[in-house]
Design a binder for this molecule. Structure first.
Ligand code: VGL
Ligand code: ZN
Length: 246
């Protein structure tokens, strides 16, 4: 029996940029996930959109240690701009090396990434005073990217995510995707984290994010998309089905 569910999956490839792979904030083992991500981008899996995100900072961004004259990986307390006295809005910010500065090579997609496959690129962290790990909005919801609109306008049901870093931008984007009501999946063998602790996977699973793998997602998306087509009498021609079998 063909399935009757509505299934409109998107792929979000988070921050596969030079600085996070071989640059100033290289994530351990990031090189090892590039081929897998390219295989997802190359496959003619019926994602309705393939979206990239880019961390894209001004040179004196609030998340940079140099901006505060403090040691790398120390922390500082940040507040929404103009609300520096509001302790209820205080957040602890890790101070990073300068990375992904807008219009510099460090912010470019990794050269080997098959970036021609992307339908859209979402930029985040572009405001000097505001950090945003999530590709949806900053933690205070002062700024929002075009991602929420992009997903809702396309009737997306499921968000499949891979990229860098599992414990920062991938995690925050996944948790927001859940909050926006999307069924959210992490393609586990296509993500690497800054820290080795692994706490991010438990945190995400506790919040409703599902874990999957490149192999599993490939099967799931082919089968469910085919089921959708078989339900639709107008489309259930041999040609269409053959096309969806890849
Ligand atoms: C990220 C640290 C700082 C990320 C971005 O993409 O996960 N991590 N800025
Ligand atoms: Zn950043």
């Amino acid at each position: 029996m063909a399935s009757t569910d509505n299934f409109k999956p998107v792929l979000i490839v988070v921050d596969v940029q030079f600085d996070f792979v071989r640059g100033s904030l290289a994530v351990p083992e990031a090189e090892s996930i590039i081929d897998g991500i390219n295989s997802l981008l190359d496959s003619n899996l019926p994602f309705i959109k393939k979206i990239a995100t880019k961390d894209y900072h001004p040179p004196d961004h609030i998340s940079f240690a140099t901006t505060h004259g403090k040691p790398l990986l120390s922390t500082t307390t940040i507040y929404p701009p103009g609300q520096e006295k509001d302790e209820s809005k205080a957040l602890e910010q890790v101070l990073w090396p300068v990375h992904c500065v807008a219009s510099t090579p460090g912010a470019d997609f990794l050269e080997e990434l098959h970036s021609g496959a992307f339908d859209a690129v979402v930029y985040k962290g572009t405001n000097r005073e505001i950090e945003s790990y999530s590709a949806f909005h900053d933690p205070w919801k002062i700024t929002t990217t075009e991602l929420p609109q992009l997903l809702s306008a396309n009737g997306v049901t499921d968000v499949f995510m891979c990229g860098l870093a599992g414990d920062y931008c991938v995690k925050c984007t996944a948790l927001d995707a859940v909050d926006y009501g999307y069924k959210t999946w992490i393609i586990r063998d296509a993500v690497k984290s800054v820290s080795k602790s692994g706490a991010e996977w438990t945190e995400m699973e506790e919040r409703g994010v599902k874990m999957t793998s490149i192999a599993e997602v490939t099967d799931m998306i082919r089968n469910r998309a085919r089921g959708e087509r078989e339900d639709d009498p107008k489309e259930a021609t041999t040609d269409v089905i053959r096309r969806w079998q890849c």
